[in-house]
Design a protein around this ligand. Structure first.
Ligand code: 5GP
Ligand code: ZN
Length: 117
């Protein structure tokens, strides 16, 4: 049984504010935004770390990142955004399904990093 919250969101078993979906990823609003705009771009395939990725996963993640470049304006990130991927304990990754934070919609400061301490 898969207890992953992001897999459940992808499957529609947990509700989310979904802004985009294609065959490789979804983009949703973060439930606890750290800036005016805070989205999560979540590859549909479940894995936690870069070190677990197959060559195909790497190619797919590259496509997702390129697509984010096309979508940024329509997400209200036309003036730029911060792109963060937390990996493992020192980064305090809390959801063990690799995801990309897209943070913007305002002038960003160090406060708009994901962890406050
Ligand atoms: P991490 O710390 O793993 O890089 O980031 C996990 C992010 O997922 C956090 O910013 C957290 O607010 C967000 N999050 C956790 N659970 C949910 C949820 O059920 N729905 C949404 N939309 N975001 C979530
Ligand atoms: Zn998952």
């Amino acid at each position: 049984m898969n207890d992953c919250v992001f897999c459940k969101i992808i499957d529609g078993d947990i509700p989310s504010e979904k802004l985009y979906e294609d065959e490789l990823m979804i983009i949703i609003k973060d439930i606890a935004p750290k800036a005016e705009k805070h989205y999560l771009a979540i590859p549909k395939k479940h894995y936690k770390l870069f070190s677990e990725m197959t060559e195909q996963d790497a190619a797919d993640l590259g496509k997702c990142i390129r697509k984010i470049g096309d979508l940024a304006d329509s997400l209200g990130l036309e003036n730029g955004f911060r792109f963060i991927i937390n990996q493992g304990d020192d980064a305090e990754q809390t959801v063990f399904h690799l995801h990309m934070h897209l943070i913007g919609g305002q002038k960003l400061t160090t406060r708009n990093y994901l962890k406050d301490h």
